[in-house]
Design a protein around this ligand. Structure first.
Ligand SMILES: [Fe+2]
Ligand SMILES: [Fe+2]
Length: 193
């Protein structure tokens, strides 16, 4: 499912469920970061017409998610705060090649994998959290993240110069890298740890 090369241990939910406030603060950070990453690509590739509007729309959806998570935080008496950059994303993106169009291809596929992992984690939260309100909240969000995964893969497909088989092969390589990065991540309470 979703091109991921590993499955999250179901015990992850039990661990984060005892420290939900920390998870929600990190989740707000992730939504904001997702919006900012999509917008950064719009700035980096302003002349790629096929990419600009889908990514602009995606950035807006991520900002909407950010606002929704901030509302959940406020209902719990919390506010968003500064989070250290996630070691996960940095390590994942270190596999991006530096020459174009490989750079764009790898960046889009890494974004697709981040969306897929978010979606997988939200699925666990939607099933496993004790609070029915939060279960429903994650149930709604995960559908968007699955769509974002598909959008990034579809955009990668639009880059000229590589066939479907090459795209599949690169996605599988990066998925294996993502699984290794995640296995090495520190066991603190974050969406991607
Ligand atoms: Fe999102
Ligand atoms: Fe997303």
């Amino acid at each position: 499912v979703l091109a991921l090369a590993s499955k999250t241990d179901p015990a992850w939910v039990e661990r984060v469920a005892t420290r939900l406030d920390e998870l929600l603060v990190d989740h707000a950070h992730c939504e904001k970061k997702a919006a900012s990453t999509a917008l950064a690509l719009v700035f980096r590739y302003p002349d790629h017409a096929w990419l600009v509007l889908p990514l602009s729309r995606l950035a807006r959806e991520e900002l909407k998610h950010f606002e929704q998570v901030v509302e959940v935080l406020r209902a719990r008496g919390l506010e968003p705060r500064r989070q250290a950059p996630s070691p996960y994303a940095g390590a994942l993106l270190s596999a991006v090649r530096t020459h174009e169009p490989a750079r764009l291809l790898d960046t889009l596929l890494c974004c697709a994998l981040i969306e897929a992992r978010s979606c997988e984690r939200m699925q666990l939260l939607a099933r496993g959290l004790p609070d029915p309100g939060l279960r429903a909240f994650y149930g709604e969000l995960l559908a968007s993240e699955a769509r974002h995964h598909a959008t990034y893969v579809e955009l990668a497909r639009g880059i000229p110069g590589h066939g479907e088989a090459a795209l599949r092969r690169r996605l599988a390589e990066l998925a294996a890298h993502e699984a290794r990065v995640l296995a090495r991540a520190p066991a603190d309470v974050r969406m991607h740890n």
